[in-house]
Design a protein around this ligand. Structure first.
Ligand SMILES: Cc1cc2nc3c(=O)[nH]c(=O)nc-3n(C[C@H](O)[C@H](O)[C@H](O)COP(=O)(O)O)c2cc1C
Length: 337
């Protein structure tokens, strides 16, 4: 059956798109732990897809048996390229399309992409209309609560216009683009937008624990989690268990967590080759290896790792040193408080 946001299990639990992180390996890792998570790809250039850029296409690599339903996120500014990219994504067998209207990165904004669309609402609507017209897939938008500052009446109207243009779901990060990742995500405007829309709305920003997810869900249709999963892919299963009234016990010790760490490395190597895959894995290891005595020495070792065999040896040595000592859970370094 075709995927639809309306029929998706409530509360929706989504993995946030994170460029440089949520590639097919990361998504398969998360889905392997909690299959009910809905994953978004890293943002992918609509222009790049249309111009057949090999690197852009590579970003949409996915495993059709492990990742469904998968949402491909695209960014850009040209309606005709969004329409063509949407058709290409549909032909690939991906389940849904998301339009990026939130990325605050300088390079993206200076090209009038991402969060720049919050300053050009007419173009934002044109992009949605062109995409919706071109595909049968559900089209969602991921955005922030504003560009420079929050103007709630304006933002509510903007979201209503997106809904009228055919958007099937909105995910909203509770920061303005200007804030980047500073300060705290403000979920109040997200709750308020939800009161004015018929389509589902999911909230995003600063969920690091089950308690955060429970507290922030409010009147929304679901939550989206990004950085909280870095080094802690079990968080999604913990939140799902809480949302759906089940019990889940996450692995605690390094030795218990080790097979998952190595599985991630194997998946990366499978998709990107050993040299590139292990280089990328180093940044994930840095998130995984923290919170215990000797972690900084172990991290210094893992950032040198260049083969899967080496990763197994070094990480097994760490596990052996720690025996079954419990690893203290520390939030990812990505949260700047
Ligand atoms: C490294 C990194 C890459 C990101 N890449 C994207 C992206 O490609 N598309 C997007 O819409 N948001 C992107 N984001 C924003 C996240 O999707 C999310 O909105 C943000 O991190 C707040 O959620 P969190 O507090 O749960 O991490 C990225 C964030 C990070 C940290």
């Amino acid at each position: 059956m075709a995927f639809s946001w309306t029929n998706a299990k409530r509360p929706i639990l989504a993995l946030a798109p994170m460029a440089g992180y949520t590639d097919t390996a990361y998504r398969q890792l998360i889905k392997g732990i909690e299959p009910r998570v809905i994953c978004f790809t890293e943002f992918t250039s609509a222009d790049g897809l249309v111009h057949n850029s090999k690197m852009t296409w590579k970003q949409l690599d996915f495993n059709p048996n492990e990742e469904r339903p998968l949402v491909a996120q695209i960014f850009g500014k040209r309606p005709e390229n969004f329409a063509r990219a949407a058709q290409m994504i549909e032909e690939m067998g991906i389940d849904a399309i998301d339009i990026n209207m939130g990325c605050p990165a300088k390079k993206v904004v200076s090209s009038d992409h991402g969060s720049a669309l919050l300053k050009n609402p007419c173009r934002a609507i044109e992009l949605v209309e062109a995409t919706v017209k071109a595909t049968k897939l559900p089209v969602s938008v991921k955005t922030r609560i504003g560009s420079e500052k929050l103007d709630l009446p304006w933002f509510i109207q903007f979201c209503k216009d997106l809904e009228s243009a055919g958007v099937a779901l909105l995910s909203i990060h509770g920061r303005t683009a200007k804030q980047m990742y500073t300060g705290k995500a403000d979920w109040e405007p997200i709750y308020e937008v939800k009161r004015h829309l018929k389509i589902p709305v999911i909230g995003n920003g600063d969920i690091k624990s089950v308690a955060d997810a429970r507290k922030k869900l409010g009147n929304l249709d679901g939550v989206m989690v990004g950085r909280g999963t870095m080094g802690n892919p079990w968080l999604m299963a913990e939140i799902a268990a809480d949302f759906y009234g089940e019990t889940y016990v996450a692995p605690k010790t390094f030795a218990e967590k080790l097979p998952t760490y190595l599985r991630h490395a194997e998946l990366l190597v499978e998709y990107k080759g050993e040299e590139h895959g292990m280089k990328e894995m180093r940044k994930h290891f840095v998130h995984l290896i923290r919170g215990f005595d000797g972690a900084s020495e172990a991290r210094a070792q893992v950032v040198q790792i260049s083969t899967l065999e080496e990763a197994k040896r070094v990480l097994n040595e760490v596990a052996e040193k720690l025996k079954d000592a419990h690893v203290v859970d520390t939030p990812t370094t990505f949260f700047k408080e």
